[in-house]
Design a protein around this ligand. Structure first.
Ligand code: DGL
Length: 274
């Protein structure tokens, strides 16, 4: 048995393409419909009420496209609104990025001390600490919001002195706290992997939630016998939708995806808002 319907993936903007990149690496034949709410990005500094509203609108839009699975690629929405989205989408599996990242970190920490970096909203909710605590309450979790990282990545400043200074500013305390794993709890942070690793040193392992989320999606689709038939078109047959064609969107999208995007379609924000 197989299911040729697309996987729906959404994010506040283009950063969720880091999850899509991992999905294609594991399942190159799947078709994806991606929604980036670029008109309202970033979500990370907004109130929980607004993030919840936007997240539910994004999810509902994709649900209306006849998808077989919904992936909430945005850490901020996963932290604030995953349960609300799950309650509304009862017919298909819904995956956020928090639990897969938390599970991977629990398996890797020898010191039982994990660092989590993300947007202000993600860190404020303590979502990763809760997920880790449910698996192993003896593990200590230290969160640190790094609000400058998203704009630095969006400016393409993934490897320069300003970014290194910002990384030192945010991350030196993680070294002092003795963590041995840091979860990259934001779609944009995989692009800062080298700078972050250079700042904290190789003793600390960095965990990319995007990768573990894609693995979880593959495991669930395999268990449900719902993988696509071998050649379902992959990247070429996928659709990439955004609510605004922001400055440099093509370069940014390709940096997150690590590949050329066949085409990006603009949809109207009114199509999302009920
Ligand atoms: N996608 C968001 C996240 O993963 C980062 C960008 C934003 O603040 O909207 O948390």
């Amino acid at each position: 048995m197989s299911d040729s319907r697309p996987i729906g993936v959404f994010d506040s903007g283009l950063g969720g393409l880091t999850v899509v990149r991992e999905l294609f690496r594991l399942m190159p034949g799947e078709r994806i419909i991606y929604l980036g709410d670029t008109a309202r990005c970033p979500y990370g500094g907004r109130s929980e009420e607004t993030i919840r509203l936007f997240g539910i609108e994004d999810a509902q839009f994709l649900m209306d496209q006849d998808i077989k699975m919904l992936i909430v690629a945005c850490n901020t929405v996963s932290s604030v609104a995953l349960e609300h989205i799950e309650q509304r989408m009862k017919d298909i599996p819904v995956i956020g990025v928090v639990l897969p990242g938390a599970r991977a970190a629990v398996l890797r920490t020898a010191e039982r001390k994990i660092g989590v970096i993300g947007t202000v909203a993600t860190v404020r909710t303590g979502s990763y600490a809760r997920a880790i605590g449910k698996i192993d309450p003896s593990i200590k979790v230290f969160g640190k919001a790094c609000p400058l990282f998203v704009p630095l990545v969006e400016e393409g400043m993934t490897d320069n002195d300003i970014t290194r200074l910002a990384a030192q500013h945010y991350l030196y305390e993680m070294i002092d706290l003795g963590v041995d794993c840091i979860i990259l709890g934001c779609t944009h942070y995989p692009l800062l992997m080298e700078v972050i690793q250079g700042t904290v040193g190789t003793r600390i392992q960095l965990l990319d939630s995007a990768l573990w989320t894609a693995k979880e999606a593959q495991d669930i689709l395999t268990a449900m016998n719902a993988l696509s038939p071998y050649n379902n078109g992959g990247l070429e047959a996928s659709r990439f939708l955004v609510t605004d064609l922001t400055l440099h969107f093509e370069e940014q999208a390709e940096a997150f995806l690590g590949n050329t995007i066949p085409s990006i379609e603009r949809i109207l924000l009114e199509d999302l808002v009920q």
